[in-house]
Design a protein around this ligand. Sequence first.
Ligand SMILES: *[C@@H]1O[C@H](CO)[C@@H](O)[C@H](O)[C@H]1NC(C)=O
Ligand SMILES: *[C@@H]1O[C@H](CO)[C@@H](O)[C@H](O)[C@H]1NC(C)=O
Ligand SMILES: *[C@@H]1O[C@H](CO)[C@@H](O)[C@H](O)[C@H]1NC(C)=O
Ligand SMILES: *[C@@H]1O[C@H](CO)[C@@H](O)[C@H](O)[C@H]1NC(C)=O
Ligand SMILES: *[C@@H]1O[C@H](CO)[C@@H](O)[C@H](O)[C@H]1NC(C)=O
Ligand SMILES: *[C@@H]1O[C@H](CO)[C@@H](O)[C@H](O)[C@H]1NC(C)=O
Ligand SMILES: *[C@@H]1O[C@H](CO)[C@@H](O)[C@H](O)[C@H]1NC(C)=O
Ligand SMILES: *[C@@H]1O[C@H](CO)[C@@H](O)[C@H](O)[C@H]1NC(C)=O
Ligand SMILES: *[C@@H]1O[C@H](CO)[C@@H](O)[C@H](O)[C@H]1NC(C)=O
Ligand SMILES: *[C@@H]1O[C@H](CO)[C@@H](O)[C@H](O)[C@H]1NC(C)=O
Ligand SMILES: *[C@@H]1O[C@H](CO)[C@@H](O)[C@H](O)[C@H]1NC(C)=O
Length: 450
Amino acid sequence: MTVLLLPLAIILCVITEIALAGITRHYHFDIKLQNVTRLCHTKSIVTVNGQFPGPRIVAREGDQLLIKVVNHVQNNMSIHWHGIRQIQTGWADGPAYVTQCPIQTGQSYVYNYTIVGQRGTLFWHAHISWLRSTVYGPLIILPKHSVPYPFAKPYKDAPWVLADTFKLKVKHGKAYLLRLINAALDEELFFSIANHMLTVVEADAVYVKPFETSTIVIAPGQTTNLSHLSVPANVPQKVDREFFFTIGLGTSSCKHNQTCQGPNGTMFATSVNNISFAMPTTALLQAHFLGQSHGIYTPDFPVSPLTQFNYTGTPPNNTMVGNGTKLMVLPFNTSVELIMQDTSILGAESHPLHLHGFNFFVVGQGFGNFDPNKDPANLNLVDPVERNTVGVPADGWVAIRFLADNPGVWFMHCHLEIHTSWGLKMAWVVLDGKLPNQKLLPPPADLPKC
Ligand SMILES: *[C@@H]1O[C@H](CO)[C@@H](O)[C@H](O)[C@H]1NC(C)=O
Ligand SMILES: *[C@@H]1O[C@H](CO)[C@@H](O)[C@H](O)[C@H]1NC(C)=O
Ligand SMILES: *[C@@H]1O[C@H](CO)[C@@H](O)[C@H](O)[C@H]1NC(C)=O
Ligand SMILES: *[C@@H]1O[C@H](CO)[C@@H](O)[C@H](O)[C@H]1NC(C)=O
Ligand SMILES: *[C@@H]1O[C@H](CO)[C@@H](O)[C@H](O)[C@H]1NC(C)=O
Ligand SMILES: *[C@@H]1O[C@H](CO)[C@@H](O)[C@H](O)[C@H]1NC(C)=O
Ligand SMILES: *[C@@H]1O[C@H](CO)[C@@H](O)[C@H](O)[C@H]1NC(C)=O
Ligand SMILES: *[C@@H]1O[C@H](CO)[C@@H](O)[C@H](O)[C@H]1NC(C)=O
Ligand SMILES: *[C@@H]1O[C@H](CO)[C@@H](O)[C@H](O)[C@H]1NC(C)=O
Ligand SMILES: *[C@@H]1O[C@H](CO)[C@@H](O)[C@H](O)[C@H]1NC(C)=O
Ligand SMILES: *[C@@H]1O[C@H](CO)[C@@H](O)[C@H](O)[C@H]1NC(C)=O
């Protein structure tokens, strides 16, 4: 008996090791038109594999994903894996003209990345013009084999994309795991279930200290999985670089022969530190990697606004914004504190800011102007929530911290599509570290060209 059991035990060990190392999962995305009928109207939309919403990607922590995207439509395409950290693999992040040129008609590109240290509910979506309104789907990361959830096992796991009507048959007294995603372009969504409390257990693929609530708000781009526990927060305690960014609306001059909707015949604009981001015509990551930034971007994004004013008080008379393709450069492993302050220019609004390549800790927020004398003492450096998207409150501020330990070019933008298109975006360049595992890998051979 013992003789028989021994080899079996060894085989089991080997299998467990393979499982923990992760496997490679292949997906094929055909970008094609599909006729869909909604409210008696049939229209042709851009889809993945003819599905709307698109196919579900399911992987385990530690797995490698190879997703081949083939573009059969006239539109340019690129896909972003929202919330995936893309450690050393910035080439697979997806925002068009930031980490890659678009996949043009008839071309294909294989997104190649490994899921490291994340588990939970994320989503993928097109990251070019407005195509994410139809090109999106869930991205579910299960824990490694034999690693349990850090909360009571739910009776049922019910994956689901928000923004559609929701039906779930439930049994009395059972716990259900709901995965909530706001894939909407421009709306914050409120979610509640009549006469039931919800326990939030995860947000943006990070387990959270569970808390009970009757309603949750999910800004566009945010994902939440509900049901039960926690992992200690690794908040940077010392800060190497501090930044203060104003976020808000403004105007720019209307182009000749155009009619513009802004005040006094101007064009609406949005900005970060009064700079409306001008999209380049070639990918920033490639320009950075090849050392050819000249004429494409400048590394002079301001640390704080050049003009100070009462950000949430009476706005300046001049609402014009500046523009440029300005980036902020950080040495590898810089620990960053960033205060984002909404402005009242043309009306205060809340802005869900999404950072690519990192999770950050939301260490503080408040209404009115951030007070550099009083507010730093009240930051939560013990158990703040860890996210990839945070709402900058209307007429208020939010403070985040992150460790810039992922080399590459990382986009940061409002996840309201209209605000992004008006210029509420910027990018960080994180330089390589000294060690091989601290460097951006070379670009894949099939990286699309502009
Ligand atoms: C969509 O419908 C139009 C009009 O009926 C038809 O010409 C077209 O081939 C359809 N497209 C697809 C992808 O089914
Ligand atoms: C995926 O990327 C890794 C490097 O991260 C590389 O070694 C591997 O060859 C790539 N696989 C494919 C199929 O391109
Ligand atoms: C989110 O869903 C994933 C998939 O079931 C699950 O592994 C993870 O535990 C969930 N997160 C939470 C906090 O439930
Ligand atoms: C503006 O429109 C007029 C009339 O349509 C045209 O003649 C002119 O060339 C246009 N100017 C520019 C700068 O596009
Ligand atoms: C509207 O535009 C005109 C001409 O550019 C300018 O003189 C005026 O001050 C503007 N008014 C407002 C309210 O911005
Ligand atoms: C800024 O404006 C707000 C709202 O009008 C006002 O309450 C506050 O006192 C102003 N702050 C300063 C420093 O003037
Ligand atoms: C703004 O415009 C108002 C009305 O035109 C004027 O009274 C005020 O002095 C201006 N403020 C500044 C700072 O120029
Ligand atoms: C923003 O920049 C524009 C263009 O340089 C300038 O006219 C405007 O005064 C600036 N506004 C603020 C609030 O700094
Ligand atoms: C960008 O700023 C320049 C001045 O620096 C201005 O001439 C140009 O019109 C602006 N472009 C846009 C799109 O606002
Ligand atoms: C990065 O910085 C943190 C502290 O800010 C430090 O604990 C860590 O060891 C550093 N990592 C590397 C790879 O230098
Ligand atoms: C598609 O992308 C290429 C490369 O950037 C660009 O030259 C072309 O104008 C784009 N086509 C469309 C329809 O936007």
